[in-house]
Design a protein around this ligand. Structure first.
Ligand code: NAD
Length: 370
């Protein structure tokens, strides 16, 4: 942890004095007048989502990109130039355990293919750094539990990139539900999907993805059902359909429809697919009101309305808000309205395990997420 003043001293001091820092960057830092702690983050895996997170972090005052971990030297060079990252904060997959000796990095944000999260998070924890991990946290609940245990043992925090947990319109719906404005909740519908392109990508390789659409996009319906209904499901049923078994090989789900039952009697009907476009919709129905959001989980602006009218909360880049809030969670002990820790992610993994089991066996699978 350091302060913004410390950061200013750093960037104007020896490391950057050979002019890597631009006038504009310096001005934007000064403008914030922020004097509190700054979460110094290294990003692992410099792919497309990492690029989005890095751009968004430029507008953060409480979080700052200070390091990178990548297997591609040319990407490291590009990121160093773009984000003023000193050589001493650059690592590759072979040596990033050495980050434990780097006092200038507080947390590592793991943004690599799903199958790599488990080992990488455990290595970061062993290096004594907080970990932020992208969704899905792991390939299954067993792996997820091992990651939680490793972080607890190392006394570091494990947070998961649930950006929707900080999104203003989503939080307004949750406030309304908590205050009883929808009455008794009866039903949730979550439709999540898109037509996936390149058949050679890691998302369609079970070894790297852990599955198919459920791991990638269906998880938004799982997680969304939980935060919209406000309860944990107690059973799951599921049905899988496949139209292209060459593209979606064994263990890579193309489309899964699944249903969940909640202790209060509400039911959820969800669709996860890599085969249909325009599916990004949540609908929540209660005895005295409803909420519908479309788009419900893309990068926004999220749009939605309830029985009371349009939701009008302003759009702020999700990843900017997420990183600001995560800095507050780690350094100020802030409790988010919706949790973003490893235990939260483990619940989603348990449900996904149950969805796959239900689809395979055709049975109703019971869940105990307490
Ligand atoms: P991507 O393919 O664009 O990037 C993955 C990065 O990992 C690449 O830079 C690649 O070089 C690197 N990598 C390291 N080891 C690799 C290996 N063995 N095989 C393949 N690539 C390897 O993927 P992405 O879209 O950035 O997704 C990364 C993670 O972020 C995934 O877990 C994904 O689910 C998650 N994600 C989250 C969101 C969100 O909104 N929260 C959005 C997109 C992706």
């Amino acid at each position: 942890m350091n302060s913004r003043r410390g950061f200013l001293q750093m960037i104007t001091g020896s490391v950057f004095s050979f002019s890597l820092i631009s006038r504009e960057a310096l001005a934007s830092v000064k403008e914030t007048n922020y004097e509190g702690p700054v979460l110094r983050v290294a990003i692992m895996g410099l792919g497309s989502y990492a690029s989005r997170v890095a751009e968004a972090m430029q507008s953060c005052k409480k979080a700052k990109l200070v390091g990178v971990i990548s297997g591609t030297p040319s990407k490291i060079k590009d990121w160093q130039t773009k984000y003023f990252i000193p050589e001493k904060n650059c690592y590759h997959y072979g040596n990033f355990d050495e980050i434990k000796n780097n006092p200038d990095i507080d947390a590592v944000y793991v943004i690599t293919p799903n199958a790599l999260h488990h080992d990488q998070v455990i290595r970061v924890a062993a290096a004594g750094k907080h970990v932020i991990c992208e969704k899905p946290m792991a390939l299954n609940a067993k792996e997820g539990q091992e990651m939680i245990d490793a972080c607890e043992k190392a006394k570091v925090r494990l947070l998961v990139g649930y950006r929707m947990h900080f999104e203003a319109k989503t939080l307004e719906v949750i406030r309304m539900r908590n205050e009883g404005e929808f009455g008794k909740i009866r039903f949730f519908q979550g439709l999540c999907g898109f037509r996936i392109g390149d058949p050679g990508q890691w998302r369609l390789n079970k070894k790297l993805s852990g599955g198919g659409s459920m791991m990638d996009i269906g998880i938004y319906a799982v997680n969304g059902a939980r935060y919209m209904v406000g309860e944990e499901p107690v059973w799951v049923t599921a049905q899988e359909t496949k139209t292209d078994s060459a593209k979606f090989k064994e263990g890579v789900d193309e489309t899964i429809q699944f249903q969940m039952g909640f202790p209060g009697g509400a039911v959820a009907s969800c669709l996860s697919t890599y085969a249909m476009n325009n599916l990004d919709r949540f609908f929540l129905d209660g005895d005295s009101g409803f909420a519908e959001m479309q788009p419900s989980t893309n990068y926004g602006p999220i749009k939605g309305r309830t029985h009371k009218g349009e939701l009008s909360q302003p759009h702020i880049t999700h990843q900017t808000v997420q990183m600001e809030e995560m800095a507050s969670i780690l350094f100020e002990g802030r409790q988010p309205i919706l949790p973003v820790d490893g235990k939260e992610a483990l619940k989603d993994l348990k449900i996904i395990d149950a969805v796959y089991l239900a689809a395979k066996t055709g049975t109703k699978v019971s869940l105990d997420l307490r």
